[in-house]
Design a binder for this molecule. Structure first.
Ligand SMILES: [Zn+2]
Length: 245
């Protein structure tokens, strides 16, 4: 007990428990829901669509990509492993760009992990920061944004599955839990294990101690994207439904 009290004292003296870099990299305060840079074709205030209209999907399910010059060969290998998960389970194909007008540029020297949602036209960046984003789960998560997906924990029906404890959300970060108003249902129930679901301490002011996303099912343990190693089958099914294959 004394030891516990001492630990608590040390923690309080030290301030907020350290947020793992891999989590912090996805909690960018200036981005929507932490890691969404922008939304294809949507005006501010209408950006809550879970999944975008057909005009924001990649033509034929093909996503041309290039690597920025900062991306090392070992980083490329992790990113290619992430793409391979799409190729194994879905009809979406990431293909090295050969002159296509619309494509993603993957960089590792920008700040944080983030993507736009859907195709915005022309070149669009996907940021996978060397410091905190080179995990296969993070790669799959950001690439799923790029092909048109939002977060599982902001689905319009999420209140049936999780309770957001706003009392522990970092002040000013509450909007990261706004529910999607304009969303498109693509045939799958809410899935705690979705690669698009954040972990239980997302945006917590006491990371590792005070949960912000509390599952209504007490047996469920939520993990961050970087702690997952593949997309869920429900994610794959949604992709195949969205891209009609
Ligand atoms: Zn995200």
């Amino acid at each position: 007990m004394k030891l516990l009290l001492l630990a608590a004292l040390v923690a309080s003296v030290a301030g907020t428990p350290t947020i793992p870099q891999a989590a912090k990299a996805m909690y960018n305060p200036d981005l929507s829901e932490g890691d969404i840079k922008g939304i294809a074709g949507q005006e501010p205030g209408h950006e809550r669509a879970a999944i975008l209209g057909d005009q924001y999907l990649w033509s034929g399910g093909v996503v041309p990509y290039v690597f920025g010059s900062s991306v090392s060969s070992s980083e490329q290998s992790v990113i290619l492993d992430g793409m391979a998960d799409f190729h194994a389970k879905t009809c979406v194909r990431f293909q090295h760009r050969s002159g296509e007008a619309d494509y993603i540029e993957i960089v590792t020297n920008d700040s944080g992990c983030w993507s736009y949602v859907g195709t915005i036209g022309g070149q669009q960046r996907v940021s996978l920061d060397t410091y905190g984003c080179i995990y296969i789960g993070t790669v799959i998560h950001e690439l799923m944004h790029a092909i048109g997906f939002y977060h599982e924990h902001t689905r319009n029906d999420r209140d049936d599955y999780v309770v957001i404890d706003f009392s522990h959300v970092i002040s000013g970060m509450e909007s990261n839990f706004n529910k999607d108003t304009y969303w498109r249902y693509v045939g799958e129930d809410y899935n705690y294990a979705s690669i698009m679901h954040y972990g239980t301490y997302a945006f917590s002011d006491n990371w590792g101690i005070d949960a912000t996303i509390v599952p209504t099912d007490p047996n469920v343990i939520l993990t961050e994207a970087y702690d997952k190693y593949e997309m869920a089958q429900s994610d794959a099914n949604e992709i195949n439904t969205l891209y009609s294959c």
